[in-house]
Ligand binder design. Structure first.
Ligand code: B12
Ligand code: SF4
Length: 499
C-alpha cells in the first residue's frame, strides 16, 4: 500500500479480527481467457501486509460454488470483484454467503460496480461498493472499529448502505502510487489449475492505471476505476515485479494487461532496457494502441516481447472517428508492418456493428485485415457495456433490447442492442463471413514459423529453457494449437470456451 496508507492512524486493532474473503466469481466455461485475477492478488497482498487474515475463494473452476457453500465464518468481510457479464453468478454467490454467514459484510468492486455505482445495489445484494482503488486499510479499520458507520463515512470512493439509506462518499482524491504497492500475492489462488487449463504458465501484471483516451465503447469506466490521470510504476518497480513473477511462478511468459502499455513510448524503452540490463530471460506479450515507433518495437522485441495485441477496431476512418479512437487507419498499417518486419506476432482487435456501420465500412475493415495480415485477431460485435458512453447513447435512444447482464459479452456474443442498420442476426452472419475471409489473410503459420528462425527469439528461448526446461513443450503445443485453430489468437487462452 502507499506511503499515505501506511501513515493512516489506526485504533488499536481488536483482539479478534474479522476474516477477509477475497472472491473471484469468474467461471472458466464462460471466460474469454483464463488468467489468475491480478486485481484480487493485489488486494490480497495489501491486506496481508497490514496483518489482516485473508482467505481466497476463486470460483473459476468451481462451477457449483462448493467453496462458498463450505463457508463457516461468522461476520466475515467479503470482497468480490466482477464485470457485468458475471452479475447472475454474483447474485447466487451472495445469496449463499448471506445464508451461511448472516453477519457478513459484502463489498463489491471492479468494472460493473464502478460502472453502476449506487445502482449496483439494484443488481446485487451488496453492503458497499468500492469505486476503484480505494484505501483498503481505511475500509478494514472502519469495519473493525466500534463505530463502523463513522469510519466508513471517511473512506473515499466508498458507497455504502447504512440503516436503510445509501451514503455516497466523495471520490478518491489522491490515488495510490503504483511504486508503493506490494507485489501481487497469488499464493492462495489456484494458479496451477489456471496453468493446466490454459496449457501454459502465464500471469498478468499491470504497470500503469488508466487510459487518457475516450473511446466510446470503453470509457469512462477507466476514468472511474483509476482516475483521469494515468499513473505509472517506475521501470525499476516494473522489472522487480517481472523478476518476482519469473522466480516465484516460473512462468513461460508474462502478460502486461495495461490498457495502453506503450502510451509513453520512452518509458517502455526504459522498462525494456532494465529487463535487458538485469539479464531477465522471459517472453512477454502486451496490449496497446497502434502508432508505435519502430525503435520502441525494436527494444520491446529485444526485451522478450513476442506478441502485441492492438485495438485496431475498424478499417474505416469514419468508424474510427465515430468511436473517438483518435487513431488512423494508416497508423495501424504502419505499426503492423513494423511488427512483421521485426518478427513480433500481432493480434488485431476488430469490431463490427458500430453506429454508422455500412457495407462500405465493413468492406474497409476487410480490406485493412487483408493489408495488415494479423497473426491473430478477434472480431467482435460492438457491445455497450454499462459505464460507457456507448451505453449512455443506447439508453438515451432507447435501443437496448436485452437487459440481462450476462448477455453483455462481446466475445461470446448475444444481441444486446442494434446500433447500426444491421440487425444482430445480420451481424452474426456477417461476422462469420468476415472471419472466413480474414482467416485466409491471416499469417499465423508464416509469422510463427518466422519466429522459429529468428536468432534473437531463439536465443531468448534457449536462455529461458535453462530455468524452465519444460517450457518448449508447452510453447510448441501452444503454437500448434494456434496454427491448427488459425483464427482467434485468444482462443488459445481458454481451450474450454474457445473464445
Ligand atoms: C486484463 C483484463 C481482462 C483479463 C483479466 C485478467 C486477470 N484475470 O487479471 C481477461 C482477458 C480474462 C478479461 C476478460 C474479460 N473482460 Co476484461 N479487462 C481487463 C483489463 C484490460 C485490465 C484489468 C486489470 O487487471 N486491471 C488492473 C487491476 C490492478 O485492476 P482491477 O482488476 O480493476 O482491480 C483493482 C481495483 O479496481 C480495485 N478492485 C477491484 N475489485 C475490487 C473489489 C473490492 C471489494 C475492492 C475493495 C476493490 C476492488 O482494487 C484492485 C487492485 O488495485 C480491464 C480494463 C481495466 N483497465 O480495468 C478490462 C475490463 C475489466 N474487461 C472488460 C470485459 C468486458 C471483459 C470480458 C467480459 C470480455 C469478454 N467478452 O470475454 C471478460 C469477462 C471476464 C470475467 N469472467 O469477468 C471490461 C468490463 C466492462 C464491464 N462493464 O464489466 C473492462 C473494463 C474493459 C473495458 N473498458 O471494456 N479481462
Ligand atoms: S479502447 Fe483502449 S485506447 Fe480506447 S479508451 Fe479504452 S483502453 Fe483507452
Amino acid at each position: 500500500m502507499s506511503q499515505e496508507l501506511r501513515a493512516v492512524t489506526r485504533e488499536t486493532p481488536p483482539a479478534v479480527k474479522r476474516p477477509f474473503f477475497i472472491i473471484n466469481p469468474a467461471e472458466a466455461e464462460k471466460s474469454g481467457s483464463l488468467i489468475p485475477p491480478l486485481g484480487l492478488a493485489l488486494i490480497n497482498s495489501a491486506l496481508k501486509s497490514h496483518g489482516y487474515q485473508t482467505s481466497v475463494i476463486d470460483l473459476t473452476f468451481d462451477t457449483n460454488l462448493e467453496q462458498v457453500k463450505e463457508i463457516l465464518a461468522k461476520g466475515g468481510i467479503y470482497l468480490i470483484t466482477f464485470t457485468t457479464t458475471l452479475v447472475p453468478r454474483v447474485q447466487e454467490v451472495i445469496r449463499i454467503i448471506r445464508a451461511k454467514d448472516p453477519a457478513a459484510y459484502i463489498v463489491g468492486g471492479g468494472a460493473h460496480p464502478v460502472a453502476r455505482k449506487e445502482h449496483v445495489f439494484d443488481d446485487v445484494d451488496l453492503d458497499a461498493v468500492a469505486l476503484g482503488e480505494i484505501r483498503l486499510t481505511e475500509l478494514a479499520d472502519a469495519l473493525h472499529s466500534t463505530e463502523p458507520d463513522r469510519g466508513l463515512a471517511g473512506v473515499q470512493g466508498l458507497i455504502f448502505k447504512s440503516r436503510g439509506s445509501v451514503h455516497i462518499n466523495p471520490p478518491v482524491d489522491s490515488w495510490v502510487q503504483l511504486d508503493s504497492l506490494p507485489l501481487p500475492d497469488y499464493h492462495a489462488f489456484p494458479v496451477e489449475k489456471y496453468f493446466s487449463a490454459q496449457g501454459f504458465r502465464a500471469v498478468a501484471l499491470s504497470t500503469s492505471r488508466g487510459c487518457p483516451y475516450r473511446c466510446t465503447f470503453c470509457q469512462p469506466i477507466l476514468f472511474n476505476l483509476f482516475g483521469k490521470k494515468v499513473r505509472y510504476a517506475s521501470p525499476a518497480r516494473v522489472v522487480d515485479e517481472v523478476e518476482h513473477l519469473v522466480k516465484t511462478l516460473n512462468v513461460d511468459f508474462l502478460i502486461f494487461v495495461d490498457d495502453t502499455f506503450a502510451f509513453y513510448q520512452d518509458r517502455v524503452v526504459e522498462i525494456c532496457k532494465e529487463i535487458v540490463r538485469r539479464k531477465i530471460h522471459v517472453l512477454w506479450r502486451c496490449q496497446t494502441r497502434v502508432g508505435l515507433r519502430r525503435d520502441v518495437l525494436e527494444w520491446m522485441k529485444r526485451a522478450g516481447c513476442f506478441l502485441i495485441a492492438f485495438g485496431v477496431e475498424s478499417g474505416s476512418q469514419k468508424i474510427l472517428d465515430t468511436v473517438d479512437k483518435d487513431a488512423t487507419v494508416e497508423m495501424a498499417e504502419d505499426t503492423f508492418r513494423h511488427c512483421k518486419e521485426l518478427g513480433i506476432l500481432t493480434h488485431a482487435f476488430l469490431m463490427i456493428g458500430n453506429i454508422g456501420e455500412t457495407q462500405e465500412t465493413l468492406n474497409d475493415t476487410l480490406k485493412l485485415a487483408e493489408k495488415i495480415k494479423p497473426s491473430f485477431y478477434c472480431l467482435s460485435i460492438a457491445t455497450p457495456y454499462p459505464g460507457t458512453y456507448l451505453h449512455e447513447y443506447a439508453k438515451a435512444n432507447d435501443i437496448i433490447m436485452d437487459a440481462d447482464w450476462d448477455h453483455y459479452d462481446h466475445i461470446l456474443t448475444s444481441p444486446v442492442v442494434q446500433l447500426s442498420q444491421f440487425t444482430h442476426e445480420d451481424l452474426t452472419r456477417i461476422k462469420k463471413e468476415m472471419e472466413l475471409k480474414i482467416n485466409d489473410e491471416q499469417e499465423t503459420v508464416r509469422d510463427i514459423t518466422r519466429l522459429l528462425f529468428d536468432t534473437q527469439f531463439l536465443r531468448l528461448m534457449l536462455r529461458s529453457v535453462l530455468r524452465n526446461p519444460t517450457m518448449p513443450f508447452r510453447m510448441m503445443r501452444l503454437a500448434g494449437r494456434a496454427i491448427w485453430e488459425k483464427s482467434y489468437g485468444f482462443r488459445v487462452s481458454n481451450p474450454l470456451t474457445k473464445a
